[in-house]
Design a protein around this ligand. Structure first.
Ligand code: ADP
Ligand code: AMP
Length: 222
């Protein structure tokens, strides 16, 4: 079993790495951002409420997010392990997660923290494109699809997220990373779970860093 939390500012590459790791290892990729965008696309009441909050760069209320995760962790595809991508983002979410995991006798193995400077993030997010069908992630320069505007995996159209405009990226960085993430980082750091990753490197270099961290966990457990 491999249970990980990927932390880092928006655009640091958490989703890109989580997709790869989960596909390679057969574990569940749990992205609260993807789950919220699916609600927005379906036009649910929750989606309508969340859309406005997300487009301002604010955090969606803890009760909504915790409820979503509680439900998601009860699905059988999480049995072999999971990567939590973008959750927890507040101390209340981290504490609720501990309670949920405690009740099923599981603990987090490691919290890789993706470190990248703001100007690199603005560049990454202004070029990010995602697909309508399954939110597969591309970049116009760093990871372009074979055919412009079309997802390589499912053929659906690519679009730019509303919250990837430069002003919202800066707001998300400030409110969600600089102001809100500190207590969550301290919470996991205090337990010795945090491993810092230089996520400003190339895709291949970050792949190698993350693989090394995960392989190190296996060796430590052996
Ligand atoms: P997050 O999930 O942390 O918000 P993403 O995984 O969506 O970040 O990555 C943000 C953007 O940066 C995407 O367009 C992605 O293709 C691109 N990207 C991811 N990792 C790298 C990297 N190491 N170097 C350059 N671009 C990257
Ligand atoms: P992301 O796809 O991770 O960049 O998340 C997109 C947006 O969804 C964020 O800017 C928040 O508004 C919201 N969101 C995602 N995850 C959380 C969370 N754990 N807590 C609160 N809001 C969240």
């Amino acid at each position: 079993m491999l249970d990980l939390i990927f932390m880092g500012p928006p655009g640091a590459g958490k989703g890109t790495q989580a997709s790869r790791i989960c596909a390679e290892r057969g574990i569940a990729h749990i992205s609260t951002g993807d789950m919220l965008r699916a609600q927005v696309a379906d036009g649910t009441e929750l989606g309508l409420q969340a859309k406005e909050i997300m487009n301002r760069g604010d955090l969606v209320p803890d009760a909504i997010i915790i409820g979503m995760i509680r439900d998601r962790l009860s699905h059988p595809d999480t049995e072999a392990g999971f990567v939590l991508d973008g959750f927890p983002r507040t101390l209340a979410q981290a504490q609720a997660l501990d309670e949920m995991l405690g009740s099923i006798d599981r603990t987090i193995d490691c919290v890789p923290v993706f470190e990248v400077d703001l100007e690199v993030l603005v560049d990454r997010l202004s070029g990010r494109r995602v697909c309508h069908e399954a939110q597969h992630v591309y970049h116009v320069r760093f990871n372009p699809p074979a055919t412009e505007g079309v997802c390589d995996i499912d053929g659906s159209e690519l679009y730019q997220r509303d919250d990837d405009s430069e002003d919202v990226v800066r707001a998300r960085y400030q409110k969600q990373w600089v102001e809100a993430a500190g207590p969550v980082l301290d919470y996991y750091d205090g337990r010795g779970l945090v491993v810092r990753i230089d996520a400003s490197l190339s895709r291949e270099q970050v792949d190698a860093e993350i693989d090394q961290v995960i392989e190190g966990l296996g060796e430590a457990a052996a």
